[in-house]
Ligand binder design. Structure first.
Ligand code: SF4
Length: 169
């Protein structure tokens, strides 16, 4: 797929963490209409369709954070400790250099973390930068450690996301 100079320049202005996704979305729309060159108007149209949220709401100075937690543990834990820790910028949330914003808080969907891949794809549309693995997945205390944690981490990293192990412990 070719890109006109103006279209390419407009793409460069899209924040780096979503640029690849934006390129794919634009090319998909151009292909749909049977063209083989991306023009500036295609970028503008795709931005309005796919990136409205990012353009309007997101503040590039903030790091967007999500938490994935254990489906099994979620039956007995509403996630208060994770959220408290986030809200107070404590524990694993205390070392961010700037402001942070929580854009997702979701369970893995059950062993072996079957919906992590799909939900993260969806969150990437909203510019997620970092995913925390909840402390309940990692500790051998009240709950057994998740036996699939390595694979879940790999899945997230394969998307180009930073992964932090832990939330409140
Ligand atoms: S994959 Fe891990 S985090 Fe998900 S339900 Fe199973 S044990 Fe819990």
């Amino acid at each position: 797929m070719k890109w006109s100079e103006e279209a390419q320049q407009a793409l460069e202005k899209v924040p780096g963490f979503v640029r690849k996704m934006a390129r794919r979305a634009v090319e998909q729309e151009v292909r749909k209409k049977g063209a083989d060159t991306v023009e500036l108007s295609d970028v503008t149209a795709a931005q309005a369709k796919y990136l409205g949220y990012i353009g309007k709401e997101a503040d590039a100075s903030k790091t967007r954070v999500a938490v994935v937690r254990c489906e099994i543990v979620s039956e007995v834990c509403p996630g208060v400790a994770c959220l408290k820790s986030f809200n107070r910028r404590e524990s694993h949330f205390k070392d961010y250099p700037g402001d942070i914003e929580l854009v997702g808080f979701f369970t893995c969907g059950g062993c072996p973390g079957r919906r992590v891949f799909r939900l993260v794809d969806s969150l990437m549309r909203y510019g997620v930068d970092v995913v925390h693995l909840s402390s309940c997945m990692l500790l051998e205390e009240d709950y057994p450690r998740c036996p699939h944690v390595k694979q879940i981490k790999k899945t997230l990293e394969s998307k180009g996301l930073k992964v932090i192990e832990g939330t409140h412990h």
